[in-house]
Design a binder for this molecule. Sequence first.
Ligand SMILES: Nc1ncnc2c1ncn2[C@@H]1O[C@H](COP(=O)(O)OP(=O)(O)OP(=O)(O)O)[C@@H](O)[C@H]1O
Ligand SMILES: [Mg+2]
Length: 424
Amino acid sequence: MKILLLGSGGREHALAWKMLQSNLCHKLFVAPGNAGTAQIATNIQVNPNDFKEVKEAVLAHSINMVVVGPEDPLVRGIVDFFKSDNQISHIPVIGPSMKGAQLEGSKDFAKEFLFKHNIPTAAYQSFTKDTIEEGKIFLKTLTAPYVLKADGLAAGKGVVILEDIKEAEAELENMLVDAKFGDASSKVVIEEFLSGIELSCFVLTDGKSYKILPTAKDYKRIGEGDKGLNTGGMGAVSPVPFATDDFMKKVEERIVIPTVEGIKKDQLDYKGFVFIGLIKVGEDPYVIEYNVRMGDPETEVVMPRIKSDLVEIFQALANETLGEKDLEIDEHSATTVMLVSGGYPEAYEKGKVINGLKEINSDSIVFHAGTTEKGGEIVTSGGRVLAVTSYGKTFEEALKKSYQNIDKISFDKIFYRKDIGFDL
Ligand SMILES: Nc1ncnc2c1ncn2[C@@H]1O[C@H](COP(=O)(O)OP(=O)(O)OP(=O)(O)O)[C@@H](O)[C@H]1O
Ligand SMILES: [Mg+2]
């Protein structure tokens, strides 16, 4: 089978690495990919959001399956695009339909879904420009801190949490009236603040059955001790030590099963990953958010722990036979540490030569995120540059291996967190 994977980050390198272990995968193309995917697959210069370009590539390379890494093409309806074009309608696209992708594309849609299907989540109300005064009244019924969310996709920046009610009211104006996040904040969800520790649960569904993938915890802040600005993610650990069997039983019964049944009842036409952002409040799980794709850097610890053939599982998604498959998980811990460009998540320089990649020993796998090849050398091309993943009997042992190998890697203004897993 020839497979086309869309995307260019560490997530896609990890997905590519995993799919290439399958005997079913005879050739893998990545669009547009990075210097890491170029070493194991064939990169093609196709924009994942330009569906006509994607279609041309699929026909030109006789692709049999498309796997979508990022959310954008899904929210824009790539699955529906394929289904409605009879030249390519027979080719499975791993990911939800445009309607299903609304679980990530619209916070309001997701909250409505959660309440409709009785899935535990924070209380909320949604407001537009016309109901801004009601929004301010709703804020007064809550206690600080105040959680305001732009309804639409805002590249991970659309959630604002404020301590002061006056600031929260001003932020609401900012989002609704001054269009702080453009169209994405033409509707705003205001939520009750939940206090607890977060983790992510990943599910694969064919719209009928489901498989729960390994849990992961990511580290979003740039600074040690979870301080400073938000990033795409600075590291991750799997499994999550506090996600005990008891806790995961609650997650499955109260959240995963009603989510999959909700997808079926609401006919969301969903064949792909469901990323459930959870918070553990006391001993109970609540949903913070849904995403409709894998997380990055969580993929870099989740994929290494899947023993089963991922391509076979993807085929089962397409054929709606997931229920017949077993998913085998590696008992080891996996951790990843993200190496980033100095200055990230604010302004940073690109084009720095990366040294030491050849010295990495077999204790670690280096997944490329923001890299490209230039004049025979691998150089930085993004804020997040490399994810260094290792296995261990414990997450501490895995982390030690990652940090030992990271010592061999260098590029100008390299930065990484030395405290991944500090809170576990
Ligand atoms: N109701 C809440 N109570 C407490 N914290 C919250 C709440 N909602 C969101 N947060 C915090 O804000 C973060 C971002 O929220 P959310 O996951 O909804 O936004 P997002 O922009 O879709 O994130 P991502 O980029 O990870 O997909 C959460 O990880 C959590 O730390
Ligand atoms: Mg999200």
